[in-house]
Design a protein around this ligand. Structure first.
Ligand code: NAD
Length: 430
């Protein structure tokens, strides 16, 4: 239905009208055509099973009460509980959350996790809120969600603008409601509350591991390669440090406030000290200032977007100058940009549902550990993580080569095919 790519053409699913949702639908439609999925099965696979919108009245520190909008979308329930992050950002809408939930479904299926996809979000600017306000907002959202979540129903995790502390408040709110401690209600918790070792680092380390595999495929040596990282939050900073550990020179990084460029390589430890002092990347003295737009088109071997969706568009796709595009963020490349990049065979894309899958894989490990109350060492976690990523990377690469399709088409096809098969086997109820 939204294969036309036109906003406002979703029929009964108009509530999701948002450019990112249209983008996820466009990707789905291309894959459905490629896999020749019958028309009668398409809408059932594509549209979210459940969506919740809640009004969240929260007392601000000045005594006023502000009502925030909160969302949770559970995309499909066919393969197990739903799983996905919770985002705090001023631009969060139901449509954006639905797109992110859909991608989570394909990601979990690609990596063989027993989950459907979900995503949540609250339209707020966490940078302008005090710790107390964020806690009250998080607890109120969790309370509103209680009828719809549970360790066997829907499990949340951190995403843009949320962190371990937010997960700890959610776990406490849910546990207070149940009357006993329920660590399996969220993942990405602090380790001292039965979070998993390695979870915080998992998305960035996973992305760096896959970049390393892509470098093998292309014959690039880490020691003579350069990387540019957009977004220096949880994912971007860990990915940058991990790549630097492999020997890659990080020549530019950015956050929402702007970026810094140094051809000789950025000292990440010094940058981290600067961020701790000033709160942002901008103004780091050991390099030249650079905008986010300029950063994306810098000549480099590895470009790793780790911030928001729709950063690489038809406007800049032709100017990107990397060998590996490692999509650590969700949905950083639009379908129009994809068409351009697919003509540029020199660029190897590690698509988002593969590149950032490390996060949900270790979230799965955390959930398993919580359900069993039996905890693993960090080495066990990382070994298991890299094994799953290796398998997913190899399968995707083989399919891409064998069938002559782009890596994104291969990864999405593997994920969507598995969900389709599961739905066919379970049949249509009643
Ligand atoms: P985060 O909040 O820790 O960091 C986000 C970073 O992006 C910050 O440095 C922020 O300043 C920057 N940023 C925000 N808006 C920007 C803009 N307009 N231009 C440039 N930079 C901007 O979030 P995160 O958890 O690191 O998530 C980053 C991306 O990775 C998101 O797309 C998220 O969905 C995806 N992701 C995260 C995880 C996870 O485990 N946290 C897992 C899978 C995917």
């Amino acid at each position: 239905m939204c294969s036309s790519g036109k906003i406002g053409y979703l029929g009964t699913m108009e509530i999701y009208n948002h450019p990112t949702f249209h983008m996820a639908c466009q990707q789905f439609d291309l894959v459905a055509d490629y896999l020749q999925i019958p028309d009668r099965d398409r809408d059932r696979l594509k549209y979210p099973k459940r969506s919740m919108t809640v009004a969240l009245p929260v007392r601000r520190d000045d005594g006023s009460v502000q009502v925030f909008s909160g969302y949770r979308v559970q995309h499909h329930l066919t393969l197990g509980p739903t799983k996905g992050g919770l985002r705090y950002h001023p631009d969060v809408t139901l449509g954006e959350v639905a797109a992110l939930a859909m991608w989570m479904s394909w990601k979990c299926a690609l990596t063989g996790l027993p989950y459907g996809g979900a995503k949540g979000g609250i339209t707020c600017d966490p940078r302008t809120m005090s710790t107390g306000e964020l806690e009250r907002l998080t607890r109120r959202f969790t309370q509103e969600m209680i009828p719809f979540i549970g360790p066997q129903i829907d499990v949340m995790a951190p995403d843009l603008g949320t962190n371990e502390q937010v997960m700890a408040w959610m776990m406490d709110t849910y546990s207070m409601h149940m009357g006993y401690s329920v660590p399996g209600i969220v993942t990405g918790k602090p380790v001292s509350l039965h979070g998993s070792l390695g979870r915080r680092e998992s998305t960035g380390r996973g992305a760096a591991y896959l970049v390393n595999r892509a470098m093998d495929v292309l014959g690039l040596k880490a020691g003579s390669s350069t990387a540019v990282v957009q977004g220096f939050g949880n994912v971007g900073s860990v990915a940058a440090f991990s790549l630097a550990k492999y020997g890659v020179r990080i020549i530019a990084v950015s956050d929402v406030s702007g970026g810094v460029y140094n051809e000789k390589g950025i000292n990440l430890w010094e940058l981290q000290k600067h961020i701790a002092r000033s709160g942002s990347v901008a103004g780091f003295p050991e390099g030249d200032p650079i905008t986010n737009e300029q950063l994306l088109v810098l000549p480099c071997d590895i470009l790793l977007p780790a911030a928001l969706e729709r950063q690489i568009t038809e406007k800049n796709a032709g100017q990107i100058q990397c060998r590996i595009l490692a999509e650590a963020a969700n949905g950083p490349t639009t379908p129009e940009a994809d068409e351009i990049l697919n003509q540029r065979e020199e660029i190897f894309i590690i698509p988002d549902i593969l590149c950032n899958a490390g996060g949900v894989i270790v979230s799965y490990f955390e959930w398993v550990q919580d359900l069993q109350s039996f905890f693993w060492t960090e080495t066990e976690v990382m070994d298991k993580l890299f094994r799953i990523l290796e398998h997913a990377f190899t399968e995707t690469l083989q399919m891409s080569k064998r069938n002559g399709v782009p890596m994104r088409m291969a990864a999405l096809s593997l994920g969507i095919k598995r969900v389709h098969q599961a739905k066919k086997l379970r049949g249509l109820f009643p």
